[in-house]
Design a protein around this ligand. Sequence first.
Ligand code: UDP
Length: 241
Amino acid sequence: MKNKIKNNLLGEGKTKKIYTTKNPHEIILHYKDSLTAGDGLKKEFLKDKGILNNEITTFIFKYLNSCGIKTHFIRRINNREQLCIKVDMIPLEFVVRNIITGSLSKRLGIKEGTLSKNPIFEIFYKNDALNDPLVNDHHAVFLGVVSYEELNIINKITFNINNILKKYFLEKNILLVDFKIEFGKDEKNEILLSDEISPDTCRFWDKKTMKKLDKDLFRKGKSEKIVIDTYMEVLKRLNID
Ligand code: UDP
């Protein structure tokens, strides 16, 4: 159903739709129920996943805003939608790893679950045709999608976000294993944290049991109920002060 302030569809990604609003500097993000893994090869719909990720992202972005991190988030409008500042997205994914797992564990031959003393930063170039390759700062600047100055700013913000969220989740008995964030630039060219932060984009492990509380359950073929119940569990923990 058409929302009063929602205008035209501006774009659609794997998990969200973007709508224009009457204000040219604001957009509406609509969270879908779709879920993909392996560069979109595995695709499914999980009923109400969009509602949960909208709520979880709202919690996290509000918290980051309160800690002084500048984000595109303005407010949650309804159970699937958020009002956000319109930004030009930088086509890079910034990944931070605190605990070694997944592909990095295989690539470096390090045991799964090894704690890294230094957070490991990685950059991926968002390009479906190339399967989002891993790049370094120089590649990113060469590609013309970001400058060295902007990368410096992004690195500082990313480092802060990691420290804030690691502590925040630990209070909820969750280990922030790794996560992916994206940035955009507003009309004044200011860099804002954009997109979402949810169990789709982070690896969360229960501190006591080391149970996975994220999209890895979907990647590993767990049932829809198990995945949705787990996302609900994350939301429940965020709700507890
Ligand atoms: N990630 C994401 N979107 C992507 C790729 C990665 O949100 O397109 C997140 C993922 O959920 C995880 C972290 O970034 O928390 C590292 O993911 P990666 O795909 O690199 O996993 P790995 O290579 O370790 O299996």
